[in-house]
Design a binder for this molecule. Structure first.
Ligand code: GDP
Length: 364
């Protein structure tokens, strides 16, 4: 599963958020698949109303959502890029994740220690950004000196050199690589650096209880500060989320949320956004045994999509029967959609669309 890593300064509510995620993962996953979870890694179901709707129509024995991994990356502090507070280890952990969830403290609470003076979401964000940028600068400079030598004889290295120099200038201006506007080829040319600031990010404004529906002045400051980043800011209260996730049955959760005027856990929104951030798409299989959501990347063709179910499916792929989600719901079953002529037979070149209900035919 793809990974999203939770980062932020100490005492902003990261572990609280992680516990909420991993509690709800445990409670939900136990019905489905067994999953081993590290103390710092939680495997979490991705909520999807379409999956529930399909299950309602098909009435299968099992319903299996797709999952992503959430990793708690604690210990990032000012000076981490210079090895402060085991900084290098934690920065290494960030290198391995596919996207970043940056938690920012937007609540006041004199009982919760804070080393950076008055609450300031903008400077908090900048402290973390700076550490990641400095680390990236180190990676870029290392590669740059090698590329300089090679560029004298190798024209391909010359292209790379140019990209690296742009990265360096950008980082030195205190900006993150994700805002440099590299195209796909340029990104691929430096992919081996796994630059920390090139990863997609979303922000969690961890606000006090009173502001969880409206946000507060701190979350507004944060929104203003990131408005050019094209990044989402999710306003939530991590304490409340952790409390919801600790309740074992749905009725208790429902009652608790009603008291707080919530329709759903904010965690659902967060996970959904993280999934989108990873530019993932979902297709479904809908049999009487199992209705299930599967994760693929945008642009994947049918055989590759089939390989998510089983690697043999890709090799032996013959064709796929496809019904769009909307048609499936409109006609109510595979048989009815087929009768209405809304079931398509697609071949190897078919690019799977988000929400497709797929049935693969293959040779074993
Ligand atoms: P971390 O260091 O970022 O992992 O922070 P923790 O999740 O351990 O939280 C630090 C402290 O802040 C704990 O005592 C939490 O209960 C508290 N905390 C977390 N979220 C909130 C919040 O939304 N409001 C308030 N008042 N306290 C919170």
């Amino acid at each position: 599963a793809l990974q999203a890593g939770i980062v932020g300064l100490p005492n902003v509510g990261k572990s609280t958020l992680f516990n909420a995620v991993s509690n709800s993962a445990k409670a939900q996953a136990s019905n489905y698949r067994f999953c081993t979870i590290d103390p710092n890694v939680g495997l979490v179901d991705v909520p999807d109303a379409r999956l529930n709707k399909l299950a309602e129509l098909v009435q299968p024995n099992r319903v299996v959502p797709t999952q992503i991994e959430i990793v708690d990356i604690a210990g990032l502090v000012r000076g981490a890029s210079k090895g402060e507070g085991l900084g290098n280890k934690f920065l290494g952990n960030i290198r391995e994740v596919d996207a970043i969830i940056h938690v920012i403290r937007c609540f006041e609470d004199e009982n919760v220690l804070r080393e950076e003076g008055a609450i300031n979401p903008v400077s908090d964000k900048e402290i973390i950004d700076t550490e990641l940028q400095l680390k990236d600068l180190e990676s870029v400079e290392k590669k740059l000196s090698r590329a300089e030598k090679m560029a004298k004889t190798d024209p391909k290295a010359k292209v790379e050199l140019d990209i690296l120099q742009r990265c360096k200038t950008h980082l030195e201006q205190g900006k993150s690589i994700r805002s440099l506007g590299l195209d796909k080829d340029e990104q691929a040319a430096i992919a081996d650096l796994f630059l920390l600031t090139s990863k997609p990010v979303l922000y969690v404004a961890n606000v006090d209880e009173a502001s969880m529906h409206t946000g507060n002045k701190y979350s507004e400051m944060l929104k203003e500060a990131v408005k050019n980043e094209d990044a989402q800011v999710i306003i939530m209260n991590n304490n409340v989320e952790a409390q919801i996730s600790e309740l074992e049955n749905k009725e208790d959760q429902q009652m608790f949320m009603e008291e707080y005027g919530m329709k759903e856990p904010a965690l659902d929104r967060l996970i959904h956004s993280a999934y989108k951030l990873l530019t993932l798409q979902t297709y479904f299989t809908a049999g009487v045994q199992e209705v299930r959501a599967w994760t693929i990347h945008e642009g994947w063709k049918a055989p590759q999509a089939a390989s998510v179910i089983h690697t043999d499916f890709e090799k032996g792929f013959i064709k796929a029967e496809v019904i769009s989600y909307d048609d499936f719901v409109k006609f109510g079953s595979e048989a009815a959609a087929r009768e209405a002529g809304r079931l398509r037979i697609e071949g190897k070149e078919y690019i799977v669309k988000d929400g497709d209900v797929m049935h693969f035919r293959f040779n074993v």
